[in-house]
Ligand binder design. Structure first.
Ligand SMILES: Cc1cc2nc3c(=O)[nH]c(=O)nc-3n(C[C@H](O)[C@H](O)[C@H](O)COP(=O)(O)OP(=O)(O)OC[C@H]3O[C@@H](n4cnc5c(N)ncnc54)[C@H](O)[C@@H]3O)c2cc1C
Length: 802
């Protein structure tokens, strides 16, 4: 057996084999896969082999499209068959909301170049004649849908990898992964030890156990899953062409032709987690016992939707386990806190996603960063707050909601409340309606007695619209308060702190007492952070950024750590409030003896409010006069009492994230992972105004940013006023210009202050001009929109800076 290798991939399922192939494809031939049994010995051999592009996350959908197109390439390279059946597929809609979701998906596909189509009942009858159309409004047709041979495809990946130089060692069980001081790994197997520079955990069903060997908890859990293959059905085998796939979300089923019969699988509500205490090493090529009781209701429903099933006999039942992460997306990328250890697990749809996962990981390992924003599947999207107690209910919920309508404003209930601040019960008493971010409860709005205590999920303006409007008006007319608990916060200290920040951040590092805004760039000039830097002294800085990106940002900081600087994550220890609106200065003034009036926009000061020592900085994401006030978490309730009491004389109101996201639109402020993400560069989004080309520092991404400054960018972010009706832009709606799609939206919503529907989105740079008339497709309707450049609130910054 080979005993040294650049990369050791643990696990020979479809995902491990895809990673191995992509590593060779991108130029690393010295790679090795270690499989404890035969290839496909985990979930892979159970799979029904279906593949499809539909995914609510656009980048995930693109990677699924890549995976599906890859199979032809694999067949050509290897001369092996993947058993491809490109039969197309439809996803049915039996109610308005489900149809809205399909319309929104179709709209996204336009700029992604996917040829999906919305079809009505008549076309459905032609495409999938065995479908009972009672109650069906329409469907989304995807010509790329199909199925394949799971084993043949996995072996094709393996052969392609071998052809590229890779080695595969089967019947070789990994028992330990031990890191050496130089960051390389000893992989202890029952055939001897392999020394590898990098390790990839592609352990599938055993990924938790493989991770534990390195002391890492991977948040995934196996679920039981069952599909049935029927005996021959004349309505099927007498057809001239193979029957396409039919996804019936109402029945939580997927169906396709298998030989001369049908194959139907279910995502039943009465689902069952498997191997809660760990996957037994003894589990191999075996099935779980048939369990028709569990899917009784689903079968009944299927008989109504596809009457031919009722008289068909059962040929075989496949009942096996496969893993899910808490949100159903894969766990991919460098594992935070470990050097040279990579994740390729939690892949619940290996034949839709495996190719994209392999490509992404290989790019990350070899080129240093993936080509697109893959945060939706980044293993760092969960922090060290995650535990098996959280994962299990979330995975169960995810399985149950696999076919549910996913609403943009939906807050899922499982595993909540999990993490709360000292304000939780006080805000509950004030009517807070909670959302969840990175495990933390965050108030979306504060319902008064006549306002809904639960926001009904919707693609259109929700029933929280009026409450949100009331909060926005309260801020703009007086003063609003909310928490700053959901900001990621870091304390950067040490004699080299400024130098380090100058290197890691693209913007100017502010002088003591001042605050600066800065993008953080990857070497290729992509946006990997949007930070506020507060300089408390030359050796002490506070950084704030997205709360949900803590593990992602810390991973980057650790990768670029330097002697003489310490970076601490203080996101949950330092909390506090922000107050915003024209009366916020008066409220702050009433709480302290410090000089508030003398504080300029972007000043930061230490001051005592009541009994609490605070860091106060003058800026606000609302675009209004406002202050962020930080304190120790233990003092937060006292600080609240101080501010709230002082606020009473000024009609202070609490406001939540819904109002915040409306307020920011008034000044066209972008938000992280919508406008600002690794999909975009600073110049494309306008954040280049914060890049300091004059500073004497070789900051990461400088060369790429300079090149872009010289050449300009092909597209630019712009704002639009939309003639919307009851639905605003959410993100990824196509922008039509001159009769074709030339751009897409990144986010949007309703400006309650200006009483206008606003969208932010990209268009070709040469078309950006005030007053440009475009159309934006919202839920299948073309809405006229006009490009606007003047902020809707405080256009000259008089209030912000005054
Ligand atoms: C009933 C059923 C139907 C499904 N239908 C579909 C479908 O239609 N379409 C679709 O896309 N997906 C489907 N899936 C899901 C699909 O099977 C998985 O997404 C996919 O197989 C995951 O592949 P993997 O490589 O991540 O994991 P696995 O297939 O579990 O592979 C992990 C491998 O790692 C090896 N391994 C683990 N630990 C060690 C160790 N210590 N040393 C050495 N080797 C080790 C294991 O032996 C195993 O071979 C289905 C799953 C089930 C159960």
């Amino acid at each position: 057996m080979k005993t040294t290798t650049r990369v050791a991939v643990i696990g020979g399922g479809v995902v491990g084999c895809s990673v191995l192939y992509h590593l060779t494809k991108l130029g690393w031939p010295d790679v090795m896969l270690i499989e404890r049994s035969e290839l496909t010995s985990g979930s892979t051999w159970h799979a029904a082999g279906g593949f499809h592009t539909l995914n609510g996350d656009t980048n995930m959908a693109a990677l699924q499209g890549y995976t599906i197109r890859l199979y032809k390439e694999l067949e050509e390279i290897t001369g092996m068959s993947c058993g491809l059946h490109h039969v197309g597929g439809i996803t049915l809609a039996d109610n308005r909301d489900r149809f809205d979701m399909l319309l929104a998906e179709r709209a996204k596909h336009r700029f992604m170049g996917l040829e999906t189509e919305i079809v009505g009942p008549e076309e459905i009858a032609k495409i999938a004649p065995i479908t009972n159309l009672d109650g069906i409004i329409g469907a989304l047709y995807d010509p790329l849908d199909g199925h394949l041979d799971p084993s043949g495809t996995t072996h094709a990946y393996a052969r392609a990898a071998r052809m590229g130089g890779a080695t595969i060692e089967t019947h070789c069980m990994v028992r330990e992964t031990n890191q050496r001081a130089d960051g390389t790994w000893d992989i202890v197997t029952d055939k001897g030890t392999i020394h590898a520079e990098h390790v990839v955990n592609a352990g599938g069903l055993w990924a938790r156990e493989v991770g534990a060997m390195a002391g890492v908890y991977f948040p995934l859990h196996p679920m039981e899953h069952q599909y049935i293959v029927t005996d021959d059905i004349p309505d099927i085998y007498e057809r001239a062409a193979e029957h396409p796939h039919v996804m019936d979300p109402a029945g939580e089923s997927y169906l396709r032709q298998e030989g001369r019969g049908l194959c139907i699988g279910f995502y039943e509500q009465t689902c069952r987690p498997w191997a809660v205490d760990g996957t037994p090493w003894s589990f191999g090529h075996e099935l779980l016992p048939d369990d028709f009781d569990k899917i009784e209701h689903s079968i009944e429903f299927a008989y109504k939707r596809f009457p031919v099933l009722a008289s068909a006999g059962v040929k075989s039942v496949i009942h096996g386990p496969f893993t899910f992460a808490p949100d159903g997306n894969p766990l991919v990328g460098p594992v935070p806190g470990l050097r040279n250890y990579w994740s390729a697990c939690g892949v619940m749809a290996g034949f839709s996603q495996g190719g994209g996962v392999g490509l992404t990981l290989a790019q990350w390992m070899i080129e240093g960063e993936p080509e697109r924003d893959v945060f939706a599947m980044d293993v760092a999207r969960f922090g060290d707050w995650i535990s098996p107690g959280y994962t299990l209910p979330k995975v169960t919920e995810n399985y149950q909601k696999r076919f549910s309508v996913a609403y943009p404003n939906e807050e899922l209930p499982a595993a909540r409340p999990n993490r709360t601040t000292p304000m939780y019960d006080i805000f509950c008493g004030m009517g807070a309606v909670w959302g969840q971010q990175y495990g933390l409860e965050v108030a979306n709005y504060f319902a008064r007695d006549d306002e809904p205590a639960y926001e009904t999920p919707s693609f259109r303006r929700s029933d929280a619209f009026a409450a949100t409007g009331r909060e926005v008006r309260g801020v703009r007319a007086g003063v609003g308060i909310n928490e700053v608990q959901n900001f990621g916060k870091y304390r950067v200290t040490g004699p080299r702190a400024r130098d380090w920040l100058d290197h890691v951040m693209a913007g100017r590092v502010p002088d003591p007492g001042r605050v600066g805004l800065t993008p953080m760039l990857s070497p290729k000039g992509r946006l990997i952070g949007d930070f506020t830097i507060s300089c408390l002294s030359d050796s002490e800085f506070q950084l704030t950024a997205s709360y949900g990106s803590q593990a992602y940002h810390l991973r980057w900081f650790r990768k670029h750590k330097q002697d003489g600087v310490t970076v601490e994550n203080i996101s949950d220890n330092r909390t506090g409030f922000q107050i915003a609106g024209p009366k916020s200065r008066a409220v702050l003034d009433a709480c302290t003896r410090a000089d508030v009036t003398g504080m300029r926009f972007l000043d930061v000061r230490r001051m005592t409010l009541g009994m609490t020592d605070c860091i106060v900085q003058r800026l606000s994401y609302t675009g209004d006069l406002g202050y962020e006030i930080y304190c120790d978490a233990m003092a937060q309730r006292h600080l609240w009492n101080t501010l709230w009491q002082a606020g009473q004389a000024h009609d202070m109101i609490p406001f939540g994230m819904r109002a915040m996201m409306s307020l920011r639109l008034d000044r066209f402020f972008g938000s992280w992972l919508s406008e600002f993400s690794p999909d975009y560069t600073a110049a494309e989004t306008g954040l280049d105004r914060f890049v300091s080309f004059r500073k004497d520092a070789d900051f990461i991404g400088r060369a790429a940013a300079e090149a872009e400054r010289d050449t300009g960018t092909a597209r630019k972010l712009a704002a639009f006023e939309v003639a919307a009706e009851d639905a605003d832009v959410q993100g990824y709606e196509p922008i039509w210009l001159d009769g074709r799609v030339q751009g897409y939206c990144t986010s949007g919503g309703y400006s309650h202050h200006a009483q206008k529907s606003i969208a932010l989105g990209f268009l070709p740079t040469e078309r950006i001009a005030e007053g440009l008339a475009v159309e934006i497709e919202i839920l299948g309707q073309m809405r006229p929109a006009t490009l606007i450049t003047t902020p809707l609130f405080d256009p000259d910054g008089a209030r912000l800076r005054g």
